[in-house]
Design a protein around this ligand. Structure first.
Ligand SMILES: *Cc1c(COP(=O)(O)O)cnc(C)c1O
Length: 434
């Protein structure tokens, strides 16, 4: 089989900028991956008698001991319900929860802490915007622009809204490398365009989209933009003010934090004008049976008891990641991606899927004549964990003309030895089918 030769991915503009601004002389020299790996107890596991090679970080990343310890400390010394009582534990828990909000605010450089809403994850964040902002602002005949690379989480909530309102979804196409076609994007704008929803980094292909340019263009047309940052927050320095986005959504569990916690950043003026999405305790100002008035943001959008421990754990994860430095992380992951891309591109019977010039450390591939499900099962027998399937992006799979891919996705605790294990694993899989 003639293999599709992939260009070596370039360092993304974000990664380049981040590296340039780091004050260490050489990020790579300052980064000791062996020491980092000691912080992650789960990386010491064996699977099928082989050392675990965990390459499914785009689905969920692992948790360092510092985050596990923070969760244990919270449950051991600080737990109570927040915002409701004057007793010692409730005040301690409330302080830790609100401090976590400030940590997340700084992590994405949001102007104000009240613009950071704790949700249960990216999916919940996007549904919040669809059900609150969307139901208030989208009317029959309006158009919402998505891209062909979106995760189902950034498709289905908009489809549900469009069906309810009689609105239309318009889709930005991509080229065969997995890069958005910006001319086509611009051509989609018209007087009915109300909202743009775009992923920052594709979970299936790793493409880093030019969201800043897309936001600038949308704003020139008076159209707000929601960015799905689930795959960007773990890999790039995210600055919502530099991007100028109106909403930014991401998840804790892809960022070395717990499951069940995520973030919605929204510009205060938009959040303040939006109706609540869920009703209940903690989101009200006054309640009578005649009329309820709502609490100010962020509480208006945090009905009920929130995932307090998970929010505090996520802040610990962000502290841990910030302690390493996003520029250092981006540089290391880029070297893993370049290594894996070069090695897989040179293998017979291996086709790389997604060869955008600007990529995060996600590598989708197909092995000629071997079903992705078999690839995943056989790699697991080598101790190598990859994802196989449609990656919650069925429209993208349809565009690529495949039902599924195999996907290796890297985190900063992965090593070049992990890349070699993937390559050796693929050779073993090919031997079974030879
Ligand atoms: C994982 C992911 C989501 C959904 O995140 P959840 O944590 O499952 O809510 C949305 N978009 C992208 C790009 C993702 O990778």
């Amino acid at each position: 089989m003639s293999q599709l030769l992939a260009p070596k991915p370039n360092l993304s503009p974000a990664a380049t900028a981040a590296t340039a601004s780091a004050n260490t002389a050489s990020p790579a020299a300052a980064f000791d991956v062996a020491r980092i790996r000691h912080d992650f107890p789960i990386l010491g596991l064996s699977v099928a008698g082989k050392p675990l090679v965990y390459l499914d970080n785009a689905a969920s990343s692992q948790m360092p001991q510092a985050v596990i310890d923070r969760l244990v400390h919270y449950q051991t010394h600080e737990h109570a319900n927040i915002h409701r009582a004057v007793h010692y534990l409730s005040e301690t828990a409330t302080a830790a929860y609100e401090a976590a909000r400030v940590t997340l605010q700084r992590f994405i450089n949001a102007p104000e802490a009240r613009e950071v809403i704790f949700t249960s994850g990216t999916t919940d964040s996007i549904n919040l915007v669809a059900q609150s902002w969307g139901r208030q602002n989208i009317k029959a005949g309006d158009e919402i622009i998505l891209t062909v690379l979106e995760h189902h989480s950034n498709i289905v909530p908009w489809q549900m809204l469009a069906q309810e309102k009689g609105a239309t979804i318009r889709v930005v196409p991509m080229n065969d490398a997995g890069e958005l076609e910006l001319d086509a994007y611009q051509a989609l704008f018209n007087a009915r365009t109300r909202l743009v929803c775009v992923g920052h980094v594709s979970n299936a292909l790793g493409s880093i989209h030019p969201v800043k340019e897309m936001i600038d263009f949308a704003h020139a047309h008076g159209v707000p933009v929601l960015v799905d940052g689930a795959q960007a927050a773990p890999h790039l320095a995210v600055d919502v003010q530099a991007l100028g986005c109106d909403f930014y959504a991401f998840s804790g569990h892809k960022l070395c934090g717990p499951t069940g916690i995520g973030i919605l950043y929204g510009r205060a003026a938009l959040l303040e004008a939006m109706p609540p999405y869920k009703g209940g305790g903690d989101m009200i100002h006054t309640v009578t049976f005649e009329k309820t008035t709502y609490a100010p943001i962020p509480n208006k959008f945090e009905a009920g008891t929130p995932p307090i421990a998970a929010a505090i754990g996520l802040a610990a994860a962000v502290d841990y990641i910030s302690g390493i430095g996003m520029s250092v992380i981006a540089a290391h992951e880029h070297s893993l991606l370049a290594d894996a891309t070069e090695q897989l591109a040179a293998m017979a019977g291996v086709r790389l899927i997604g060869t955008a010039r600007h990529k995060a450390a996600v590598l989708s591939f197909a092995l000629q004549g071997i079903h992705p499900h078999d690839v995943g099962t056989l790699l697991n027998q080598e101790g190598v964990a990859v994802r196989t399937g449609h990656h919650c992006a069925q429209p993208l799979m349809a565009r690529l003309g495949v039902a599924a891919t195999s996907r290796a996705s890297f985190a900063f605790y992965n090593t070049h030895a992990d890349v070699d294990a993937l390559v050796a694993g693929i050779r073993a899989v090919q031997k079974v089918f030879a």
